[in-house]
Design a protein around this ligand. Structure first.
Ligand code: CMP
Length: 140
């Protein structure tokens, strides 16, 4: 059965361009409920750990540098079929390939500066949520 929670970050480009409110509005309009949310800034160690799965990729250091370049918003979201539905809402990694009306089509600058993160599996949603939030910070 598909899980009902996913994890997202509004990334530094979208925070910098003043789109936190617009993106949260799109998320809640699509039926996701906020379970936890924080405005924060990642340390280099946190960004490296969060993206450790990409550490052999050529863009790893660029990704880490970008993710620590400014504040982010981290959030846990709940909805039936959350992981897949959220990935549909945000669109393809590269905004040039994202469908019209998706978050990345509207607000992302590029494949690297792509406005939002969305977990790619139920397992990673749990790992990523736990990375950013303690159990007492998730509101049931
Ligand atoms: P996301 O899917 O949230 O997590 C992995 C991130 O790596 C991805 O978003 C992009 O921000 C980044 N990324 C993926 N491909 C590239 C690329 N070719 N060049 C730079 N960054 C990338």
């Amino acid at each position: 059965m598909a899980g009902n929670r996913t994890f997202t970050m509004i990334k530094p480009d979208a925070v910098e361009s003043g789109n936190i409110g617009n993106i949260i509005q799109m998320i809640t309009d699509a039926g996701f409920e906020l379970k936890a949310m924080k405005y924060t800034r990642l340390t280099e160690d946190q960004a490296k750990e969060f993206y450790a799965v990409h550490k052999e990729r050529p863009f790893y250091q660029e990704l880490v540098d970008y993710m620590i370049s400014g504040p982010i918003v981290a959030a846990v979201l709940e909805k039936e079929n959350a992981v897949a539905d959220f990935r549909t809402l945000i669109g393809a990694t590269d905004p040039a390939e994202a469908e019209e009306g998706t978050v990345r089509k509207k607000y992302a600058e590029s494949k690297a500066k792509n406005a939002v993160h969305g977990s790619d599996s139920d397992e990673n949603a749990k790992i990523e949520s736990d990375f950013h939030f303690g159990a007492d910070e998730i509101v049931d």
